[in-house]
Design a protein around this ligand. Structure first.
Ligand code: UD1
Length: 446
């Protein structure tokens, strides 16, 4: 290896779909901070063999609309992707295969030391499969694969994300875990303990980092909810609203299940307005199933958003998908969140907002143990019951304690130490040139 190659640590991070962006942002911010510290500390340069990290951001293009992708880059201060694969939407097989084909070329060109993948979407698995089989030279060298948000299990193999999680974890070299259950699941599956690191939750890093900025969002005004929430000092008193998201194929692609869910929400919607940002899949299904009429009683167009009250006295407010800061602001001030998302279960937990999850299971049991989240299933009666119970619950703050906003920094610290520990075996490496000590040791899981 050339001297200059040995001195540069190259990390490539993959993002592809909406829930990836907020998980990757803290890692990229931590790289920036690491480089800043290193450059500020002359003890580590220029003779030092420890160099700044070169980072490459790859966007697969699984999500491509401004509302599903573009706006998140500005909201989260993410740099423009260095490489865009532009794969777009397709069946699971075609989408995964397209990502694999194009990502292989990127890897062979860039030859990073580490590939970081986040979450459980098709882009995550596709890039892990390619990286695990690539070979940069005859000795078979390839990048280390780091999976952020490892070990989560719903134990429901009918979910594409569960298949993605299991395969991604077992093909990865470093597993960064967000909650105790993840540690246990990986141990039960026989994963070697030296691969597993409990680092906390990068998605929560983003939330804590952007919580204040989200207050500047004008979404409450734009949806005419301002007098309900903000004028009461930001507290959850006065007239209330609920926030609803639905996008899982198992919920919205099946007409009967979708109908059960709508019926399960009717009581809530007579009580308070329900804000419903529509995922593109959900929007399409509502049109196909003719469900727009359920919501369209007094519908009116407003700045591209459709509002209507239908038979629901509180009313339902349909909007296009929202950006990160708008959605975070809405979550913070909501009385209740109803969702089938994975990440929103965690975000409501740290915000202490009652959450009802329209699924049969969760891969994030800490949210249920923290009592902010109830798993309601998709039957009308169980949904109504869960909503009543969650509305009667007191709002909590600040759980779980070890989600402290430092996960990104821990991940970079571990990657750097791993990289230079490997370099120690090279005769030319000077161990005194190791980077500064870790300032945020891994916390104990709850
Ligand atoms: C994907 C993830 C899911 C995640 C969700 C967040 C997988 C298997 N699923 O599901 O885990 O919770 O993202 O949204 O990776 N579309 C657009 N514009 C876009 C993106 C998608 O219109 O920018 C439409 C397309 O018609 C597409 C459909 O939405 O067919 C679904 O997109 P896709 O990426 O296939 O999966 P999601 O359902 O979004």
């Amino acid at each position: 290896m050339q001297r200059s190659e040995a001195r540069v640590m190259k990390i490539l991070t993959v993002v592809g779909a909406r829930p990836n962006f907020m998980k990757a942002a803290p890692i990229i911010a931590a790289i920036k901070e690491y480089n800043r510290r290193l450059l500020a500390d002359t003890a580590y340069r220029p003779e030092s063999q420890v160099e700044t990290i070169r980072h490459i951001l790859v966007h697969t293009g699984q999500h491509y609309d401004e509302v599903m992708s573009g706006s998140f880059f500005s909201d989260l201060n993410l740099p423009k992707p260095d490489i865009h694969l532009g794969v777009g939407s397709a069946s699971h097989a075609v989408q995964t295969a397209e990502i694999m084909k194009t990502f292989e070329e990127v890897l062979l060109e860039e030859k990073p030391h580490v590939v970081v993948v986040v979450g459980d979407v098709n882009s995550t698995l596709a890039c892990v499969l390619v990286t695990s089989k690539i070979s940069f030279n005859p000795d078979g060298s390839r990048p280390v694969i780091a999976h952020v948000e490892a070990g989560l299990r719903s134990f429901d193999r009918s979910m594409p994300e569960e298949v993605n999680r299991i395969l991604t974890d077992h093909a990865s070299d470093l597993l960064f875990v967000t909650e105790e259950s993840g540690l246990q699941n990986l141990r039960n599956e026989g994963v070697s303990p030296d691969k597993i690191h409990f680092v906390s939750n990068t998605m929560i890093d983003s939330l804590l980092n952007f919580k204040e900025k989200a207050e500047k969002s004008t979404i409450l005004e734009r949806l005419a909810l301002v007098c309900q929430a903000r004028k009461s000092g930001g507290a959850n008193t006065g007239t209330r609203y609920a926030l609803l998201t639905l996008h899982r194929p198992s919920n919205v692609d099946n007409r009967d299940i979708f109908l059960n869910i709508i019926s399960g929400l009717e009581e809530l919607a007579t009580d308070c307005p329900v804000v419903f940002p529509l995922h593109p899949r959900t929007q399409r299904r509502m049109r196909e199933f003719g469900f727009e009429f359920s919501f369209s009683g007094s519908a009116r167009k407003q700045k591209g958003n459709v509002q209507g009250s239908g038979n629901w006295r509180g009313g339902i407010i349909l909007t296009d998908p929202l950006g990160y800061l708008d959605f975070l602001c809405l979550m913070k001030h909501a009385t209740l969140v109803v969702t089938d998302s994975g990440g929103i279960q965690e975000e409501t937990t740290i915000l202490g907002i009652p959450c009802v999850t329209l699924r049969e299971n969760t891969e994030r049991p800490i949210t249920v143990e923290s009592e902010t989240n109830t798993i309601a299933g998709t039957r009308t009666d169980t949904i109504k019951d869960a909503i009543r119970r969650q509305l009667g619950r007191k709002r909590d703050d600040g759980v779980p304690k070890n989600w402290d906003g430092q996960a990104g920094a821990r991940i970079i610290d571990i990657l750097v130490r791993w990289h230079y520990a490997k370099a120690l075996s090279r005769p030319s490496f000077n161990p005194l040139a190791m980077p500064p000590e870790d300032r945020c040791p891994c916390p104990q899981p709850n």
